[in-house]
Design a protein around this ligand. Structure first.
Ligand code: NAP
Length: 246
């Protein structure tokens, strides 16, 4: 019998997972996107794609029952805390099992010059003490947190243009990972970057900027992940497959 699985996606890990699971004919996959990005990457044709919010916890719970979902895999970004919380509550109220699939966070090496902060507001407040030419690599949604940083130049990299107010002195660089160490070194040198702000997303695709910072001894303001939910994430595709067998 086929199992109907909802994958909450929007990350390269979710994409890889969906493409992998779609080779198993016992699974019927629905891949869900928030719908924020105009040209998102989507899994192969055997996955059904849906876009847009569910309408809060009740909307998600209703979607799960209406579409006869039998398992939920939350493979959203580790910083997408709200949808993860909604999935957890909707799973509890409907009784449909939930698995959280997330890459482990990066950990610093002794040579790194990391400044770990709990959120983007703390990151913005720390910038003046560390540098004046900032590489801001946090995605496009929350750039406005830095709008009041008037004493620094910003190089802002995101897949699509940032929304909301920007810092007054800013260049936008539109690019989608994966990124590579040599290119990141060139970028940091060409723009004379002296501090980097990033979320601790984990995973290899965006890690080269952290390696480049290490090599150039540039400080990194590393925004820590939001507090974990009660469910413990699994970090590998075989662990997801094992869970789906149960
Ligand atoms: P969020 O704050 O956790 O969620 C906000 C709302 O967006 C949710 O309540 C839900 O709306 C909707 N939503 C989020 N993910 C969804 C999904 N996969 N399918 C359907 N609806 C979804 O999320 P976010 O931080 O804005 O991130 C939005 C999406 O971008 C996520 O899918 C995430 O994987 C991806 N992403 C986020 C980041 C990041 O740094 N936050 C980075 C890379 C990719 P309703 O309440 O209406 O259901």
């Amino acid at each position: 019998m086929t199992k109907r699985i909802l994958i909450l996606g929007g990350t390269s890990d979710a994409l890889e997972l969906a493409n992998h699971l779609s080779t198993n004919e016992r699974f019927r996959l629905i891949y869900s996107l928030a719908g924020r990005v105009e040209h998102p990457r989507v899994p192969n044709q055997s996955c059904e794609i849906r876009k847009g919010g569910f309408g809060g916890i009740d909307g998600l719970a209703s979607y799960l029952t209406t579409h006869r979902i039998q398992a939920i895999i939350d493979a959203t970004h580790p910083f997408a805390a709200q949808i993860t919380r909604h999935a957890e509550v909707a799973s509890q109220t409907t009784g449909i099992p939930l698995l959280i699939y997330a890459r482990p966070p990066w950990t610093s090496l002794p040579q790194d010059r990391w400044h770990e902060v709990p959120n983007l507001q703390h990151a913005a407040a720390l910038i003046p003490s560390l540098g004046r030419r900032v590489f801001l690599a946090i995605g496009r949604q929350e750039v406005s947190v830095f709008a009041y940083c008037t004493d620094a130049h910003f190089l802002i990299r995101s897949i699509e243009p940032p929304t909301g107010p920007l810092p007054p002195d800013a260049n936008i660089l539109l690019a989608r990972g994966p990124f590579y160490l040599d290119d990141e070194l060139t970028l940091l040198r060409d723009h004379a970057i002296d501090v980097i702000v990033t979320k601790n997303s984990g995973g290899p695709a965006t890690y080269p900027k952290v390696e480049a910072a290490r090599e150039m001894q540039i400080p990194v303001i590393m925004v820590q992940r939001p507090p974990a939910t009660s469910a413990r994430p699994v970090t590998t595709i075989p662990a997801v497959e094992e869970w789906l067998k149960s």
